[in-house]
Design a protein around this ligand. Sequence first.
Ligand code: ADP
Ligand code: MG
Length: 612
Amino acid sequence: MKTGKISVKAENMLPIIKKWLYSDKDIFLREAVSNASDAIFKFERLVVFGEAQKAENEKMHIDVSVNKEKGTLKISDTGIGMTEDEVVKYIAQVAFSGAVDFIEKYKDIADKNNIIGHFGLGFYSVFMVSDYVELDTLSYKKDAKPVKWICDGGSDYQIGEGERTERGTTLTLHISKDSEEFLDTARIREILRKYCSFISYEITLTDECQEKKEDEKPEIINNISPLWLKNPKDCTDDEYKKFYKDVFHDYMDPLFWIHLNVDYPFQLKGIIYFPRLRENLDLMEMGQIKLYYNQVFVADNIKEILPEFLVVLKGVIDCPDIPINVSRSFLQNDGSVAKISNLISKKVSDKLHSIFKENREEYQKYWDDINLLIKFGCIKDSKFFDRMKDTILFKTTDGKYLTLSEYLEGQKDKDKKTVYYTDNKAQQSVNIDMFKRNGIEVVEFRGPIDQRFAQELEMREEGLKFSSVVSELPDDLVSGKAANEDDVKVLSEIFRKALGKDKLEVKAEYFKNENTPAILTLSEQSKRFADMVRLYGQDFAYKPDDEYVITLNPDHPLIKKVMDMRFDESKKECMNMLCQQIYDIALMSHRDFSKEEKEKFIERNYKLLEMI
Ligand code: ADP
Ligand code: MG
């Protein structure tokens, strides 16, 4: 053995790097295994070019073995190997000078995640967990001799004759005291599964201290041909579902998925899944995109990779064009990540379009699950809105799913461009019935997002209006016959007095085929304002009680009764109670009663019943 010295300026980089990267030490294994995988890849290329020979049936593999007694962790490959010159050059000089550059440039950066690997710092990371490292390697080159290189991470090393008899490299890490966790097979398995589940060459894991049973096959860690690399045409639904469940540990099937296979403007392969969502999303269900670089796991916490509104998606993306060997903060600001995000958004809308066109029924089945996401996306991203607007569905109270144009097309008054909605089916049932009996479809709003989305549509579609069933009585509901003006005046006075609301607006309309005496309406604008105030928990700040308009149906027996009773002084109390009751019943379509209101209502009800 002879000794050598690395000609670098920084003498003490190891302690700095060790301390610096303390939080994600386990990345050293990813680096070592991906170097092994790179070395095999290089060898296979040479074989393809006829520059190296491979024995028939020779299988490329990477073996990781743990020996707790000896305190070693070995990573061995059947790759290209290195000659002595190459070890000196690539390991001792390139890898080390990378470490020096790293220290100089990055010492002030706070974000440590994933920074390793930068400047070829990959190899050097093994020193984070090792007292010293032995590298034993045999190059593919003819007449090459095995080389051994030993180093403790400082600038001195020893180099001499190695022991390997077959082409490839064995890296033996003599694990340091403070890194003993890496002598635990279970821990190593966990790290390998995280980073190396889909690496292209078979990885086995062996515990050297465990006695091997006869015929026992070594444990294989990875799946060398992950589904995303297969041609979408050759993948079955079951394969997609199984892959999803395996990778994301979800017991439920995904709703549907998108298999990405892009060559331009950058290379990207992957599968994006729409998971089944529950009504009330919680953080546990947030999606996750696992990013790979040539099948090596890089990260799954880069939220910029997805448009914000698609956070619930889960998937894998393999992108060899993305600069992985840099810090997370760098990646977040990198243009390629934004490009991926745009690409996913585009692919999602393409996919939805094609399901919509080719299988409307299927699309409708998904709609309840995905509508929230889509609407949110439309609000957040106008490009997405433009792409999706014709496939947005409105669910009617009868359970039909209609696009906006289908809805408007089905209305008698097409030019009005008004969509009638209910945001509380139970409460507003009287009004809904009235609309439906007159042939007007009512769509259901199921939460604040629908309100918000409607506003968005109103802004974008000239003349379009959303109106609640408690906001407006469309012409179709009334006969068009004008009520007698004097009668309206009289009724107005009676109701105002009876209710103690001298500013109440009273109207009269002959309802078409209705047995409802009165309907209370609140202008759409006031209703939205009240809803918003309620949403922010500020009900006390605004109550629209004085803004309701009551529309009476003069044909209704109860209204006729009120008109008759006004001449009889003895019926006055009864008449007032009747008016109050009619008002209150109409009010039920708008809101719940307070405790006092409810007590009054019930008491009055009994009194009226007594009068029968
Ligand atoms: P990078 O992988 O980005 O090139 P590393 O620091 O991880 O940087 O490795 C430095 C160099 O050492 C590699 O480029 C390669 O030439 C050499 N090397 C490392 N590990 C192996 C290996 N297992 N077999 C052959 N060469 C290796
Ligand atoms: Mg590397």
